[in-house]
Design a binder for this molecule. Structure first.
Ligand code: ADP
Ligand code: MG
Length: 321
């Protein structure tokens, strides 16, 4: 099966100049990655890493200083291509006095849909994002999660092939986050390609096919999640009853940590122990294992490691103060 590249960034850089002395902020430095049709691509990185700046260059809101952004194989400077992109900005501004169908009708008009088409599209989209029951309320009265979903519906009004969501889960409770996550998966099921920028790393890990980790304007990792994460067990977590000091001695330095929770012991075993041996010892000495969980490296571990290891960018000395 051939893969089609929907979006490609090649050595893209952007520097801002701020303040009276035009101090340089290198927001994005030589960033390259590509997104294939039909995938959910995660863009992750700490605050200020350059995610939103990269996204703005993809949507054509900002011009790169150097490098190239190609969407559907063509330069993003080609305005017609932008019609094939749907974009939810980081802090979307919605017209709060409008009701959701009016909002979508307005944006549908802007992209040139006929009255009939946009009414039908609005109805379908509001069902899709789970706002089918909130048609009579002004958006100003929506919860944060509902507003985000209205924003996503707005981004989908022109039935885009590439959907770009910049932190759609920020400020949401677990239920709101899950709704967005499920919606993104549904969009992929419908055949859309999604660039998903989020701080909720377990969700990124759960739904993204590939990720780029960006730190201080530079891509430090990019690839399939299963390749980045690997399969080595870092540690085992075991809950056991009937523990004795004898057992602690027998297991020796295989134990990283042991915590008493009433009758139960929660112990952490090193990832490289012979698990069969350890379990046999535990049983032989009269304890009972109630649960056992291997912990492998997750996206958060990679994130923490990479954002610590990368060299700290030298801050330009401010002469303003
Ligand atoms: P992220 O979205 O990953 O949090 P941003 O792309 O918003 O990061 O910002 C990257 C860096 O660029 C930050 O240091 C930020 O302060 C700076 N920056 C972003 N936009 C502007 C701007 N319009 N003018 C000056 N500096 C900016
Ligand atoms: Mg941002």
């Amino acid at each position: 099966m051939s893969t089609e590249i929907v979006l490609q960034l090649e050595n893209v850089s952007k520097t801002f100049r701020i303040g009276f002395f035009r101090k340089k902020v290198e927001a994005v430095r030589q960033v390259s990655f590509e997104i294939q049709r039909g995938e959910i691509f995660g863009l992750v990185g700490p605050n200020g890493a350059g995610k939103s700046t990269s996204i703005k260059m993809i949507t054509g809101l900002l011009q790169p200083d150097s490098g190239e952004v190609r969407v559907f194989g063509e330069s993003v400077a080609n305005v017609a291509l932008r019609k094939r992109i749907g974009y939810l900005p980081e802090n979307p501004v919605l017209y709060e006095h409008l009701k959701a169908p009016e909002l979508l009708d307005f944006y549908g008009g802007l992209v040139g849909l006929s009255k009939k088409v946009r009414r039908k599209r609005a109805q379908e989209l509001l069902e899709l994002v789970g706002l089918g029951d909130a048609l009579d309320r002004p958006i100003g009265k929506f919860s944060k999660g509902m507003k985000q979903r209205a924003g996503i519906a707005q981004a989908l009004i022109n039935d885009p092939e590439l959907v770009i969501l910049d932190e759609p889960q920020s400020g949401l409770d677990p239920i709101g986050r899950r709704e967005i996550r499920d919606l993104v998966v549904e969009l992929r099921r419908q055949g859309k390609t999604i660039l998903f920028c989020s701080h909720i790393l377990p969700d990124v890990e759960d739904i993204c096919d590939r990720v780029a980790l960006i730190h201080q304007g530079t891509v430090v990792e990019v690839g399939f999640l299963h390749e980045l994460i690997g399969t080595d067990v870092l540690r085992y977590e075991i809950f056991a009853r009937g523990w004795s000091d004898e057992l602690s001695t027998a297991l020796g330095d295989a134990i990283e940590e042991i915590v008493a929770v009433g009758e139960v012991r929660r112990l952490t075993l090193r990832g490289d122990v012979d698990l069969d041996d350890a379990l046999a010892t535990i049983t032989r000495l009269g304890a009972r294992v109630e649960s056992l969980q291997p912990h492998r490296e997750n996206l958060e571990d990679i994130f923490v490691r990479d954002t610590k290891a990368a060299p700290v960018k030298k801050q330009p000395v401010s002469v303003a103060q």
